[in-house]
Design a protein around this ligand. Structure first.
Ligand SMILES: *Cc1c(COP(=O)(O)O)cnc(C)c1O
Length: 392
């Protein structure tokens, strides 16, 4: 790591990874160049051979993408980060880079809907099969592991029910079975949770969410050690082509500078909304790790430095009541995105999780009366008033 290694996470978020050019710019520049020029034919040959370090082509390396990667790696306390074109391509490059036909994965059942689709419908075409287990049933994780298991995968908190898994415990299970532990840290970001010091081998990000924070760009990241990322995953990315756009990298690296203060505000607003929803007569149940009623409230307090910005709740009634609430709000945007300054509202059963079979949805606990909110940075009083007029 660089010399910002000795600093706190906020200093790293603002300073890490920047290399000033001869122009002495203060803010990081955006390098919009698909390829790079060599001084002569011999230098070109040396670059391609790998004998001389330096840029060749933006699918391999780009200075703006590199600044983002170094900054996020230092925030996650990892050696290396690889930027990718989306959160899903980060997951794809990790799995296809490390595994081969005949290998096996164990995944939490409560992961992002598209991740479930990738694992259960697409990877099996290439001979990579996944067993899904209950996120917090640690005995089930152990039982699902076979001699072919190479990787354990989960999100904590889960989407949309905000269940919390013990990262240290799952890291021990993975390592006792010669498997790698992969944590999708999208909901917490390094501002609230650091899976690598807790034993995770790889951290995945959808940078599209809180790292951008204002709903502008699609991107992702893979974070971990040089030994795990350097050859197979980076090699897959270079040839597979799921590279991060330098424009998007610039947006994300500026997003990282304000990540910690944004996450603190998201957490405060979410807590206020969750407390208010808990006492509403039309609400059956609220899912938020900051509530004493949350089954893993203590683990969340210990493992995370904040309870996050996602609140889900079940209304009294069925899908019609839930849809009516969603159609009646004025401020909240009806969109599946999350981690935005703008608060968003969704009906998971018919949107983000519609591809799941009825059985998968039932096992994941996604009921038809469930509403998910990504709490933004508006005035909480306005959000509460808006929900109050929308709820029956
Ligand atoms: C959105 C999301 C992804 C996928 O990221 P994209 O950038 O949309 O490809 C993966 N994991 C989680 C937890 C997400 O919320």
């Amino acid at each position: 790591m660089s010399d910002t290694d000795k600093y706190g996470i906020n200093t790293r978020a603002v300073r890490a990874g920047q290399v000033r050019t001869a122009e002495n710019e203060h803010s990081e520049p955006m390098f919009l160049s698909s390829s790079y020029v060599f001084a002569n034919a011999a230098e070109a040959a040396a670059r391609f051979k790998g004998d001389s370090p330096g840029n060749i082509y933006t699918r391999f390396t780009n200075p703006t993408v590199r600044t983002f990667e170094q900054r996020l790696a230092e925030m996650e306390q990892a050696e290396r980060c690889i930027g990718t074109s989306s959160g899903m391509s980060a997951i794809m490059c990790t799995v296809l880079g490390l595994l081969k036909s005949g290998d096996h994965m164990v995944s939490s059942r409560s992961v992002f809907g598209t991740t479930v689709n990738l694992f259960s419908n697409i990877f099996p075409k290439f001979g990579i099969n996944t067993t899904f287990v209950e996120l917090t049933d640690y005995a089930a994780w152990e039982q699902a592991i076979t001699s072919e298991t190479k990787l354990l995968f989960f999100e904590t908190p889960s989407n949309p029910l905000t269940e919390i898994a013990d990262i240290k415990k799952l890291a021990d299970i993975a390592h006792n079975n010669d498997a790698l532990l992969v944590v999708d840290n999208c909901f917490c970001t390094p501002a609230l949770q650091l899976p690598i010091p807790l034993g995770a081998d790889i951290v995945i990000h959808s940078a599209t969410k809180y790292l951008d924070g204002q709903g502008r760009c699609l991107g992702g990241a893979i974070v971990g050690s040089e030994a795990i990322l350097g050859e197979d995953i980076y090699g897959f990315l270079r040839s597979g082509g799921a590279s991060m756009s330098p424009f998007n990298a610039w947006v994300f690296l500026k997003g990282l500078e304000t990540l910690a203060i944004r996450m603190r505000a998201h957490c405060e607003n979410a807590q206020q909304l969750a407390d208010w929803l808990s006492s509403h007569s039309s609400v059956e149940r609220v899912y938020y790790p900051g509530l004493d009623s949350h089954p893993q409230h203590d683990l969340s307090s210990q493992q995370q430095s904040g309870h996050g910005g996602i609140v889900s709740f079940e209304v009294k009634g069925g899908q019609d009541v839930a849809w009516n609430v969603i159609d009646s709000v004025d401020i909240f945007s009806i969109t599946a995105n999350l981690g935005d300054t703008k608060s968003t509202i969704t009906h998971p059963a018919t949107t983000t999780h519609h591809k799941l079979s009825d059985e998968q949805r039932q096992l994941a606990g996604i009921k038809s009366n469930l509403i998910r909110i990504s709490v933004g940075l508006e005035d909480t009083n306005d959000l509460i008033q808006d929900l109050d007029q929308a709820l029956p």
